[in-house]
Design a protein around this ligand. Structure first.
Ligand code: P6P
Length: 338
């Protein structure tokens, strides 16, 4: 079969192109170039001095890794000069990132986590870039407003992630299903490798950091006990437990194999009663992907994509994966009055 790259695939399979075919295709191509540049740096990380910390702390209060900063700078530089973006938000930056003077603004808003899972870099564990694209709400001759950025996930026109691992793979949805493209270094192109991904209706793996059990409430503990003993009497086969600690890797496995990933609220830190993951740069894009692959994503009960955001960096509990397991979790939380 002749190789299909992202642009060709979009033209062939896009039922409803976002605002303007040309602008969107250019946005995607600039994103793809950013992923290639980041991938090049990630794959040589063990050889050159890009590991370790920069000595700074980001808006999340986390120590910034050199590769985090590198990936963030690549995306901000390239996308702010693409001429198709009116505003950006990065997990690493406090406020909205503006378009530099002299560069045209476009019809799109880009939100991203430049290098999720970066605490795993030294161990050569998969990490990734997560991205989310919205149409601007303000008129193109008006200044960008916070409302352009703080949109509910259901308004996304595109979302996905780029996974840097044994191969570099981009998983993308533009509202017409979910498709995987693998970078072929010999030609420098992302080529269609996983057309029309669908998550299994039911899986056999649950993924959660059980080290935090003492921080969970009774409902979450009952959820985890269900996966250990689905029949409740020790007769049924338990689910397997898998947890990498890199959201993009844990999600990608869940998307392909089925099952469920959970990062629940925990009582450990009164500043983080909604858990650790961010709505705008992590939960919303992955929820758009999973729903387009016929999966589900909730905060335990409510659909993630329906949440009206109030802050660029607000956190949200995330329960995401196969419909059977996500519905089981919802039933348990509802039984506990959520
Ligand atoms: P914990 C990485 O820092 C990250 O944001 C996600 O990639 C990952 O799912 C999560 O944190 C892991 O957090 O608390 O289990 O170490």
């Amino acid at each position: 079969m002749p190789e299909v790259n992202v642009t060709e695939h979009l033209l062939l399979n896009q039922k409803k192109m976002p605002v303007a075919r040309g602008q969107f295709t250019h946005l995607l191509n600039q994103l793809i170039l950013s992923f290639k540049i980041i991938s090049r740096e990630v794959t040589k990380a063990g050889l050159v001095d890009v590991l370790g910390f920069t000595g700074e702390v980001n808006v999340q209060g986390e120590e910034v890794k050199k590769l985090d900063e590198y990936a963030n700078n690549v995306l901000i530089h390239r996308m702010s000069r693409a001429g198709v973006i009116c505003a950006m938000s990065s997990e690493e930056n406090e406020g909205i990132i503006d378009i530099p003077e002299g560069f045209p603004r476009g019809d799109y808003v880009l939100i991203f986590d430049p290098l999720d899972g970066s605490s795993n870099i030294e161990a050569n564990i998969n990490i990734g870039t997560i991205f989310s694209v919205y149409r601007r709400l303000s008129a193109s001759d008006q200044p960008t407003s916070i409302e352009d950025v703080l949109q509910p996930g259901v308004e996304q026109v595109a979302a996905g992630y780029c996974l840097y691992g044994s191969s570099t793979m981009m998983v993308l949805t533009t509202g017409s299903g979910v498709h995987g493209f693998t970078l072929d270094p010999s030609v420098g192109e992302f080529l269609l490798s996983h057309p029309d991904i669908k998550i299994p209706e039911r899986g056999g793996i649950y993924s959660i950091n059980e080290g935090y059990t003492t921080y969970w409430d009774g409902a979450t503990r009952e959820v985890v006990e269900f996966f250990k003993d689905p029949e409740g009497n020790g007769s049924g086969a338990p689910y397997s437990s898998r947890y990498i600690g890199s959201l993009v890797a844990d999600f990608h496995r869940t998307l392909l194999y089925g099952g469920i990933f959970l990062y629940p609220a925990d009582m450990r830190d009164p500043k983080k009663p909604k858990g650790k993951l961010r709505l705008m740069s992590e939960a919303n894009p992955l929820s758009f992907v999973v729903e387009q692959a016929w999966g589900l994503a909730t905060d335990g009960v409510n659909r993630i994509l329906d949440i009206a955001p109030t802050d660029l960096h607000q956190r949200v509990p995330l329960v995401i994966g196969s419909p059977y397991e996500v519905e089981k979790v919802r039933d348990i939380y509802r039984k506990h009055g959520y």
